[in-house]
Design a protein around this ligand. Structure first.
Ligand code: TPP
Ligand code: SF4
Length: 346
């Protein structure tokens, strides 16, 4: 096949690999995310890899586009959503993905992130959340827990961390999900669902930086503890967890509490039934805050998936309408339409 021909037969994960040496530390959770993305993309209906672009900022996770056999853009720190927005608006036919870290997206890039969510731009944003700055060698990040001892917080961080899921929900993102680097099947499912969503899809992945923050998500990933610390969100199903699925989440007013189905006082009817299609935000917010309470399990899965028109579609439509009314624009005419003046050298 010549380099300009577009492949039409079924892709494999190899087609989505650039073949470059991957330069993450051995054992880094980033490898798992890369593998699941490369495994999932070939299964997406009608995908043409020449129309896929991965955009990133700066960080270990932001090396992602180098390893993908697609187009890519390694941008500047925090600006991936802004670059991706420009690209999607100029080329609505492209599928635009963003790979980003917690420092990149939520600290220096926080502004761009919330506006991309608010506008519902058709981007897929994958947040590699290791709760640390990996590339710059272990400073605390906007998701590091209060009290975290790092090189920049030797006596413990006094900051309150961002809850990335709450932030995305509060910014009105239409698809909000979370997964774990150590749950490959679940992670692949979340990537697949993000790809299928029309509008801004945000997937937070808890990712282990085994060099600077090893074990940050251990309770959620280790065989002995994960059943009691993770609740899997499934649309239309009660929120049960535990090895025997005999614990559940009940709402006491607006407060979520854990109940034991063997205590003789509770039944399955007391347990919250997850509704990812709920346009109201209250329940999704309650779920997003489970993570902040050590007595409650951490939800993984889709918190919210709703549909509304995207910014890129609305913009293309508006341009077409204005063209019909006023004809095709002329840039030179536009620039000289009002008063112009010359600035002299003196
Ligand atoms: C304008 C600017 N400020 C600061 C930096 C330094 N810097 C590079 S990466 C980074 C944070 C990386 O952490 P994160 O986004 O969490 O990604 P990770 O490396 O953990 O994947 C920082 C502060 C930079 N490159 N540019
Ligand atoms: S420093 Fe951490 S996040 Fe960066 S490549 Fe190494 S293990 Fe991964």
């Amino acid at each position: 096949m010549s380099s300009t021909e577009i492949k039409t037969e079924k892709y494999t994960s190899k087609d989505f690999s650039s073949g470059q040496d991957v330069r993450w530390c051995p054992g880094c959770g980033d490898y798992s995310i890369l593998a699941q993305v490369q495994r999932t993309l070939p299964n997406i209906e009608n995908i043409v890899k020449e129309k896929v672009v991965w955009v990133s900022g700066i960080g270990c996770s932001s090396r992602f586009p180098y390893y993908m056999g697609t187009y890519g853009f390694h941008g500047i720190h925090g600006r991936a959503p802004a670059i991706a927005t420009g690209l999607k608006i100029a080329r609505p036919d492209l599928t635009v993905w963003v790979a980003t870290g917690d420092g990149d997206l939520l600290s220096i890039g926080g502004n761009h992130f919330i506006h991309a969510c608010r506008k519902n731009i058709d981007l897929k944003i994958i947040l590699f959340n290791n709760r640390i700055y990996g590339l710059t060698k272990g400073q605390y990040s906007p998701t590091s827990e209060k009290g975290k001892v790092t090189k920049t917080s030797p006596y413990g961080s006094v900051d309150y961390p961002f809850n990335a899921i709450s932030l995305a929900l509060g910014s009105n993102a239409t698809f909000v999900a979370r997964s774990l680097d150590r749950e490959p099947k679940h992670l692949a499912e979340m990537i697949d669902r993000a790809a299928a969503h029309k509008g801004l899809a945000f997937v937070e992945v808890y990712q282990n930086c085994n060099i600077f923050n090893d074990g940050a998500f251990e309770l959620l990933t280790e065989k002995e503890t994960k059943d009691d610390h993770v609740v899997i969100l499934e649309h239309g199903k009660p929120m049960l967890f535990g090895k025997n699925k005999d614990k559940g989440i009940k709402l006491d007013g607006f407060t979520p509490v854990v109940v034991d189905l063997n205590d003789g006082r509770h039944t399955i009817n007391d347990i919250i039934v997850h509704d990812e299609k709920d346009h109201g935000m209250v329940r999704a917010f309650i779920l997003s805050h489970l993570t902040d309470d050590p007595n409650l399990p951490t939800p993984i899965g889709v918190f919210r998936q709703v549909f509304k028109p995207t910014y890129d579609e609305a913009m293309v439509e508006q341009i077409e309408q204005v063209k019909k009314k006023k004809g095709k624009g002329d840039l030179e005419k536009l620039l000289f339409a009002t008063n112009t003046w010359e600035v002299s050298e003196n």
